[in-house]
Design a protein around this ligand. Structure first.
Ligand SMILES: [Mn+2]
Length: 281
């Protein structure tokens, strides 16, 4: 078992990104839930090839499930290898950043290195120098850590984010980890059916405001809830505290879902929401 990658040490993740002054645009994407070569994967691969952004921030649940970085060397897992290769090719043209979601929290340093991505801590501040010496500070998160009303999930999260728990899991044979993942997914599916989309806890607004204020930010970008929107969290502040919520991706649905949030501070409309998963996008 000595050839297994070590679980991601928290110190390996970056909690502050300073954008180089040469950058013009950054894209934010989350909740692709990739699991096989399908329309969503093809739409995302095409997007990666075509985006003009200087940096792409993948904000969690890029994979439907991840049971360990050794998957890309395992027989029968060509898809994960393809994803790694495609990401690496994209990383040679622009900076790629990856943050864990609640499904792919086991993505480790080895996969990030293979795919050419920098691992981000959740949350992470993106500091973007503007003209006249000022800068924009954008707070990035997957979003699950802010859904504190879901007490059952928060307990699960606290457990599975422990390095010791992850280490023990990663020492199990791959087949056993895949079986456990199937079991967890079945449980989560049955819970989803019980609660319905609206039954899920949403981001806790006071906590989100605190996160923003503690880090000198006024815009939070997150995914996880699959409720794409723009919310004012506190309009009494100047500028107002707000959160921009990403969509999940489902290219085979009608209408297709697959938002990219694009930040181009020099443009007249600095924030733009693009639909990338439509067949003719
Ligand atoms: Mn999620």
């Amino acid at each position: 078992m000595s050839d297994l990658p070590p679980p991601t040490a928290p110190e390996a993740a970056v909690s502050h990104v300073l954008a180089p002054t040469a950058w013009r645009c950054a894209d934010f994407v989350s909740d692709l839930h990739l699991q096989q070569d399908d329309a969503t994967w093809r739409a995302f691969a095409r997007y990666l090839e075509q985006t003009p952004a200087d940096a792409v921030f993948l904000l969690g649940d890029i994979f439907e499930v991840w049971v360990g970085d050794d998957i890309t060397g395992a027989a029968g897992h060509d898809f994960e290898r393809d994803v790694a290769r495609t990401l690496r090719a994209a990383s040679e043209r622009r900076a790629l950043y990856f943050m864990h979601g609640n499904r792919d929290f086991l993505v480790g340093a080895a996969f990030c290195a293979e795919a050419g991505m920098t691992l981000l801590h959740d949350p992470c501040v993106l500091e973007w120098p503007l003209a006249a010496g000022s800068s924009e500070r954008i707070l990035l998160s997957h979003g699950d850590a802010l859904c504190i009303d879901d007490v059952q999930y928060m307990k699960f999260r606290a457990q599975v984010r422990q390095p010791a728990w992850q280490q023990a899991l990663l020492q199990q044979p791959l087949e056993q980890r895949l079986a456990l993942a199937r079991q967890l997914r079945a449980q989560s599916e049955s819970r989803k059916n019980e609660l319905g989309v609206e039954g899920y806890a949403d981001v806790d607004a006071p906590l989100a405001c605190r996160w923003l204020q503690e880090r000198g930010c006024h815009t939070l970008v997150h995914g996880h809830t699959h409720k794409p929107a723009e919310h004012v969290l506190d309009g009494t502040q100047t500028p107002a505290l707000r959160r921009l919520v990403l969509s999940d991706w489902e290219a085979a649905r009608l209408p297709a879902r697959g938002d990219v949030l694009r930040w181009c501070p020099e443009s007249a409309q600095p924030w733009e929401r693009l639909q990338m998963a439509a067949p003719n996008a």
